[in-house]
Design a binder for this molecule. Structure first.
Ligand code: FRU
Length: 500
């Protein structure tokens, strides 16, 4: 049965979602049907298509009582909106249906697990909402909240773990058909940990172990965990809040990291062996993965960050927040590598290519422009000439540009949206170290109207950012202090007839 709150949200999005012009949204990145979007939820492959739910407040472009928005896609690029899946409409989730995940039940139904947030007041009158894990079961379109909700709460937590910060269940299916689930939780030292729960049938859950703990070393509360094998390693991925920068790493306050290790499923022991930042850009948080039918581990994230929402919202917009391009994960040389999903290649339209063009003064190449493109730029130094900086401008017009700058002496790649037309003073620049290759660098730049994602050296690092420069600013230029040879291969992204 559809509750009043869900019915209202569905009517609202039906009425107002259609008013957003197609060209005012990203072309192939998912944006909310209307209003506000944050974390990806329930990212899954179910009944022949990909499902991507999202934290959703349809009624404004601000965060508010959380619903789950819903979209499906055959290829993770062409999205179709479905009606909102769940709304805050019970006593145990009256303050919001927070992030969670999806799996398929043996009888073919889809199971969602989310964090129910229940309004509560402390004795001193301050709000301290309770967080529990809850289920909803459906057919890929309509979902019923489970009668035995919540299925995990205070009583399931080990001593010292907080029921007020206990959220973001990510389920997965074990080889024997049973289910596991990782959930973030605050610990008594005011930092975070990831808890593992198990269930034989997906409905009845029990606590198993603490997989890993923060001990205030990597931020505090760990949100949005995911736990998956990857090329012989085990990855525990999470989004730490309140993280201080460490050298050139972890500059976003709310950060994301891969904990690389090994896992003994019999003893339920995760051994952490390494830590790696997930994205080095300005806008990236709360990633979640799925296992595709062909065995690929695919990750998507909210292409935004909590601090960059403040001031980052374009005036007059009726949507805010978007997902990253889904990325394929693999391990190379002991590190997690991310590349754009290969489905993007099928959308390659007109191709423009240049080989070994000398670049010095600001250079514009005929045919190299656009705001919905997949462009690979390879730079190599000349034997007899060192260079000190290579700079690319994208989304460039007479007044605006966004820049990507590489300095080979320091091996630092910098992105900046300072001149993208933004008129608020929040963070606009981010830098990262890339592997020194004697001045060579390869950058795959994906532009989709309001964003740039830069995949460095075949996915060793990624830098993601959003910007709202008018679409007429579609210029691209290259410039070098010194001299380099540059090759460019650019494809327009063609989605003719696609009408979200
Ligand atoms: C992460 C997060 C989650 C929570 C959701 C609420 O961005 O804070 O921990 O479930 O957002 O919208």
């Amino acid at each position: 049965m559809t509750s009043e709150a869900l019915q209202k949200a569905r009517e609202y999005e039906e009425q107002f979602g259609g008013n957003i012009r197609r060209e005012d949204r990203p072309l192939f990145h998912l944006s909310p049907r209307v209003g506000w979007m944050n974390d990806p939820n329930g990212f899954s492959y179910y009944k022949g298509q990909y499902h991507l739910f999202y934290q959703y407040h349809p009624y404004s472009i601000q965060w508010g009582p959380m619903h789950w928005g819903h979209a499906v896609s055959p290829d993770l690029l062409h999205w179709e909106y479905l009606p909102a899946a769940i709304a805050p409409d019970t006593d145990y989730d009256d303050a919001g249906c927070f992030s969670g995940s999806a799996v398929e039940l043996p009888d073919g139904r889809q199971l969602l697990m989310y964090t129910g947030v229940q309004r509560q007041l402390r004795e001193d009158g301050a709000r301290q909402d309770l967080q529990t894990q809850c289920l909803a079961i459906g057919d890929g379109l309509n979902y019923e909240k489970w009668t035995a909700n919540p299925v995990l709460g205070d009583a399931d937590l080990p001593a010292g773990f907080s029921r007020f910060d206990f959220r973001d269940p990510k389920m997965f299916q074990n080889e024997d058909g049973s289910y596991g689930c990782v959930v973030g939780c605050r610990t008594e030292d005011d930092s975070g940990a990831i808890l593992l729960f198990e269930s034989a049938d997906g409905l009845d859950w029990h606590f198993v172990t603490v997989l890993d703990r923060c001990y205030n070393e990597f931020g505090r509360m760990w949100e949005c965990p995911d736990f998956f094998p990857l090329d012989g390693r085990q990855i525990l991925m999470c989004s730490p809040q309140d993280m201080s920068a460490v050298g050139m790493e972890f500059h976003n306050g709310d950060c994301t990291m891969f904990l690389l290790g090994c896992y003994d499923p019999k003893e339920h022991r995760f051994e952490r062996e390494g830590v790696q930042a997930v994205d080095y850009g300005l806008d990236f948080y709360a990633p979640q993965t799925l296992l595709a039918p062909d065995g690929r581990r695919i990750m998507v994230a909210w292409m935004q960050n909590w601090d960059t929402c403040v001031g980052g919202q374009p005036r007059g917009a009726s949507w805010f927040g978007q997902m990253t391009l889904p990325r394929e994960l693999s391990i190379r040389d002991g590190r997690v590598i991310q590349v754009p999903i290969r489905e993007l290649d099928a959308l390659h339209g007109r191709k423009i290519a240049y080989t070994d063009i000398p670049v010095q003064e600001e250079t514009v190449l005929r045919g190299v422009f656009g705001r919905t493109i997949d462009m690979t730029v390879k730079v190599r130094p000349l034997a007899d000439c060192k260079y000190s900086q290579f700079r690319m401008k994208v989304a460039a017009g007479s007044q605006h540009y966004t820049s990507i700058t590489y300095s080979p002496q320091t091996s630092i790649l910098r992105i900046s949206r300072e001149h993208s037309g933004v008129d608020r003073d929040f963070v606009h620049m981010r830098e990262c170290f890339v592997r020194d290759r004697g001045g060579e660098i390869k950058l795959r730049v994906i532009l989709d109207r309001f964003s740039a994602e830069i995949f460095v050296n075949d996915g060793e690092q990624v830098m993601s950012m959003t910007f709202y420069t008018p679409q007429s600013a579609d210029g691209i230029s290259f410039q070098c202090l010194g001299k380099v040879l540059m090759s460019v291969e650019k494809y327009d992204i063609a989605m003719d007839g696609y009408n979200l």
